[in-house]
Design a protein around this ligand. Structure first.
Ligand SMILES: *[C@@H]1O[C@H](CO)[C@@H](O)[C@H](O)[C@H]1NC(C)=O
Length: 237
């Protein structure tokens, strides 16, 4: 027992459960009696520990302070975590947004019209988040974010020598973003695809227009398509 170092004595002091405390106090007394050097108590009140049966009295104050400080930090951490949780909730809520739609198969032509006409792709195979309105052909962003869009324009005029004359454009809130076009008499059938990345606010509208005077013909398979999805959301400030 003589080999017990000062810090160990102090640890024994802190065994506060009653059964252990009794043995610990015996051990402590024994150790203290046979201890020859100075006790390395630091700033603590060692006298208290030897007189009182409450082995912890000499460290009660620092312990209470530690408990208080720990509690305050825990409360702070808890608040921080709750804030983080609600931010994550806000950013990711309803963020499974994806749609893909095709024009209904047709034997004739769409157009020509006298004005730019929004195309309604009515065969909807996916519409997660309900951003796409098939009746209008318009996608309305349910959440702010970076979005991917693509559209394919297909036309077949039939016999060689006839004029393939189409222009299709992707619009964002009335603003022209991208287009694909064709004007020739060599090809009687052609298709093209455009892809764009767009930063959208919630409520922004994206749709495809067929330009006035142009036409899309002979799409018997639903080759004219319009698709989009959310790549990642922005938190709305
Ligand atoms: C149709 O779109 C074109 C852009 O490709 C534009 O120049 C033209 O003014 C538009 N027409 C109408 C009536 O908005």
């Amino acid at each position: 027992m003589k080999t017990l170092a000062g810090p160990c004595i102090l640890m024994i002091l802190c065994l506060c459960s009653s059964a252990e405390a009794a043995t610990a106090m015996d051990l402590l007394r024994e150790t203290a009696v046979s201890w020859t050097g100075a006790l390395p108590c630091g700033g603590w009140d060692c006298e208290c520990a030897f007189r009182s049966q409450q082995g912890c009295c000499c460290v009660a104050k620092p312990l209470f302070e530690l408990e208080e400080a720990t509690f305050i930090r825990l409360v702070g951490l808890w608040e921080g975590l709750s804030n983080l949780n609600s931010q994550i909730e806000e950013v990711t809520a309803g963020c499974k947004i994806a749609f893909t739609a095709a024009m209904l198969p047709m034997s004739g032509c769409l157009g020509p019209f006298t004005s730019n006409m929004s195309i309604s792709y009515q065969s909807v195979s996916l519409n997660q988040g309900n951003g796409y309105n098939a009746a209008l052909g318009t996608f309305t962003a349910p959440h702010a974010g970076l979005y991917f869009f693509s559209f394919s324009a297909y036309s077949k005029v039939g016999d060689a020598g006839e004029r393939l004359y189409q222009k299709v454009q992707l619009m964002k809130n009335g603003q022209l973003i991208a287009s694909s076009w064709e004007d020739n008499r060599e090809d009687s059938e052609d298709s093209s695809t455009q892809t764009v990345l767009l930063q959208l606010r919630r409520g922004c509208q994206v749709y495809i227009e067929l330009l006035s005077g142009r036409q899309l013909c002979g799409d018997t398979q639903g080759y004219n398509t319009f698709s989009g999805y959310l790549i990642y959301p922005f938190s709305e400030q």
